[in-house]
Design a protein around this ligand. Sequence first.
Ligand code: GLY
Length: 411
Amino acid sequence: MKYVVKMVAMGLLLTACATQDAPKRTLSWDVDDALGYCAKQVERALDSLRQTDGSYDYTMAPRNILQGETTWNCRKAYAEEWCSGFWPGILWMDYGVTQNENVRQQAQGYTESLAVLTQQPVFDHDLGFLVLGSYGKGYEQTKNTAYRQMMLDAADSLATLFNPMVGTILSWPRHVKDYGGHNTIMDNMINLELLFWAAEQDSSKRALRDMAVKHAETTMAHHFREDGSCYHVAVYDTLTGDFIKGQTHQGYADWSMWARGQSWAIYGYTMVYRFTKEQRFLDFAQKVTDIYLKRLRETSDDMVPLWDMDDPRGETAPKDASAACVVASALLELCQYVEEEKGEEYFAAAADMLADLSTEKYQSRDSNVAFLQHSTGHHPAGSEIDASIVYADYYYLEALMRLKNMLKQQM
Ligand code: GLY
């Protein structure tokens, strides 16, 4: 194909060159600078987490840094905490970039403190987040067979939450009464990766793949409105499997677009396509992406969304950098699966998101030891509003690494 396209959008310079099938992409900002910044922040964070005797308390996982604070607030790593996998995941990814031996040692320490997760009954669906971030990222770097086994065991444990009448994994066993049935939240799509991965690793676990596909199908059928925007929570009759209602938990309203919920849908269906190669999931990943991008451009002054796109305060409402990070990472994968023109649109959007996130507006820089600020965790509960949150950093680093790899591959 012979054509030349030049496009400058929000700091991205994308050049499609003649002679090659794939357009050549370049950025007007430096992804290595952003990765170097992350490495520096990791070192600062590790310094601040080191105890006076030089050791680390691996049982306490970094979770957030609130406004005015400079270092991570930590939570007990495995006591009903869904975020403990992200910090070891950040360390493993940073180790992948820097080969820094101290970072590797701490990644191992924080990861292995989560071994208890497969020695107890599954608490809720977040087992996937916990294990994919820690052992999963660790396995990518080390091929440690004990990490592989931990992931396989965790997948079996997660599968015990699958209800075949409904066709999804139960997200919150503790909230079945509050919600009036089997509840499944959009975030749960991310956890399917553990099931798909385990089934690929071990042919005797084929049933896990079937569960993941069924969950994705059921969610596609009930968890979305006509335009492709999602509810946060879908409630089903535990016994008959009938869909009862869609509602919010962390968003502005039952009918609104909670930015991170939609980001999980984009990331989730992209990942489901990676494992299944089924066109219906690829089409759906594009549908849930396109409505997100449309609403983003209507409601935000840059490529980072309001925490909920329907917050009536409009541009004065808090942002959620974490949702932008999840979407950027997902789009860098999705852009490789779709038609070329669409792929360029998604690549440009992801690069623009990362360009915005890499400015002084969103990077924490000297103000605290996280990579990013301006994320929102649970607005209705008044929790983590306009804060640094560990999963924003995790998906930011994942997205930067994906971007760097893509740029390297085309050289
Ligand atoms: N419940 C997971 C999240 O806050 O996205």
